[in-house]
Design a protein around this ligand. Structure first.
Ligand SMILES: CC(C)(COP(=O)(O)OP(=O)(O)OC[C@H]1O[C@@H](n2cnc3c(N)ncnc32)[C@H](O)[C@@H]1OP(=O)(O)O)[C@@H](O)C(=O)NCCC(=O)NCCS
Length: 442
């Protein structure tokens, strides 16, 4: 689909009317209006306790985030009737659904409601409005990352890609993996910034779960936004170039002193982006063999990475896993036919969706080439039986779509129903060899 500017879509009238009846007004913010967009950004920052934005930083933030659709709720009875009491933003992101394939996804961020106005249904009105707007514009699924895992299931979202914060105890992590034959070069954060977008645009197409990043996210990682000067001062970077001279991996990291013995530094990998196994081995090896370091932290990695088998002691690594990318399918045929599947077969899905978008029975057929077709089953002649179909909510379908959450596990958890054979078949069809993963939040 051609790029859609989410800002051009109209305000959702249903949610606007619902909030109006509660004495509140929902508005689209003109992001070229510096005063109003500035107030919106400050309200968003307050919602996440991110501290005040100072006037000198504001123009660059507005420039960087102005492309997003920014919605505010204001309270006309407040002393400042133009000050947002709630915020939400959205844009069309490019989600990798399987190797080499992308799908337009309605990315939602900046969901905040001032504590002065919480518990009045504002978040619900905003979220339902976002889903209606996306669906009306033909965007087949919505996506977000969450502050709390209990917030979004009620709107039909399910966690689809997990992540883990890794801690490696250096003393136990002797490198036993390969020593790739390319070269590693030290880079400045600015050089890392100059190279990361091109590398990431290739890497993000390799694995499901990635979305395209935006310039400000890279600037923040490179310490160029002046938001955390202490952290920026410590940033170091390295790149891996293969024997053919192609840049295949980039790492940006920090080493901080932890007091006491001078050998007790902590190395934090802020981002490790690799296109080949060699690049990953080379840059992990650099981290694991770094002098004067006794602990390595690597936030937001995959649950499963070869590095665990490239060090002497499996127990040198501890993982703190959690959900990261959440999806909400709006258009079942468009979404299920967008990815390539590793296994052929047929699955009948009876889906319940309290908001209606995905409700119904759907026949998913995957051919030998891994291409899918989806046929709605007319309720009038739905002859499928619980022997041949699985029954699941839209959140569960959204969770299993990328192939990282197992149908079998959700069935054993009582969240998907069906005969053992129907569950086995569905599990085999949805499962993906590549672990869905998104290395940042949004
Ligand atoms: C979370 C937040 C957006 C909720 O806003 P709100 O307007 O008070 O929410 P609503 O009144 O519309 O409630 C919507 C639903 O969420 C539930 N809910 C609200 N806060 C919740 C919380 N912290 N945890 C779990 N459920 C919550 C409500 O019970 C309600 O459920 P129901 O509609 O099924 O009955 C708001 O508290 C906030 O801004 N928090 C800080 C920023 C944040 O965490 N944002 C989410 C970013 S991913």
């Amino acid at each position: 689909m051609a790029f859609l500017d989410a800002r051009t879509l109209p305000l959702d009238e249903t949610s606007a009317a619902r909030l109006e009846s509660r004495g509140l007004r929902m508005e689209l913010i003109d992001t070229s209006d510096a005063a109003r967009f500035g107030a919106w950004l400050r309200a968003d920052n307050r919602g996440f306790y991110e501290g005040a934005i100072d006037d000198t930083a504001m123009p660059a933030i507005q420039e960087a985030l102005g492309y997003r659709r920014s919605t505010a709720v204001v309270d006309p009875s407040a002393p400042d009737p133009t000050a947002p009491v709630a915020t939400v933003s959205s844009w069309v992101a490019d989600l990798t659904v399987s190797e080499g394939r992308g799908l337009d996804a309605w990315a939602i961020s900046a969901v905040t409601v001032s504590p002065t106005h919480s518990g009045r249904g504002i978040a619900r009105a905003m979220l339902e409005g976002e889903l209606r707007t996306a669906s009306a514009a033909g965007i087949p699924l919505a996506t977000l990352t969450v502050s709390e895992a209990t917030l979004y299931g009620r709107y039909g979202f399910g966690p689809a890609a997990m992540t883990a914060d890794w801690t490696i105890r250096r003393a136990r992590a002797k490198w036993t993996g390969p020593v790739p034959s390319g070269r590693i070069d030290v880079l400045t954060p600015v050089e890392w910034r100059e190279r990361i977008e091109a590398l990431h645009s290739r890497v993000r197409r390799q694995e499901p779960g990635h979305i395209d990043a935006w310039g400000r996210r890279w600037d923040q990682l490179a310490g160029l936004t002046n938001e955390e000067p202490e952290k920026a001062r410590q940033l170091l970077a390295a790149g891996y170039t293969d024997e053919q001279g192609e840049l295949r991996g980039l790492m940006i990291y920090r080493v901080d002193h932890r007091g006491g013995d001078y050998s007790q530094h902590r190395l934090t990998i802020d981002m490790l982006t690799t296109e080949t196994d060699d690049a990953a081995a080379a840059l992990w090896r650099l981290a694991v063999t770094m002098p004067l370091v006794d602990e390595i932290q690597a936030p937001m990695r995959r649950l499963d990475e070869p590095v665990r088998w490239q060090i002497a002691d499996y127990r040198a690594v501890t993982l703190e896993p959690r959900d990261n990318l959440w999806l909400r399918i709006l258009d079942v045929p468009a979404v299920l036919t967008s990815r390539r599947y590793d296994t052929n077969g047929s699955v009948t899905l009876r889906v319940t969706d309290p908001l209606g978008y995905a409700e119904g029975t759907w026949q998913l057929d995957v051919d030998a080439a891994g291409e899918a077709s989806v046929t709605p089953v007319d309720p009038a002649d739905d002859a499928t039986s619980s022997q041949t179909r699985i029954e699941l909510g839209i959140g569960e379908l959204s969770s299993v779509f990328l192939g990282g959450v197992s149908v079998d596990t959700l069935a054993r958890a009582g969240r998907i129903e069906g005969s053992a054979e129907a569950v086995r078949q569905a599990d085999a069809v949805f499962r993906s060899a590549a672990e869905p993963w998104l290395p940042f939040w949004f």
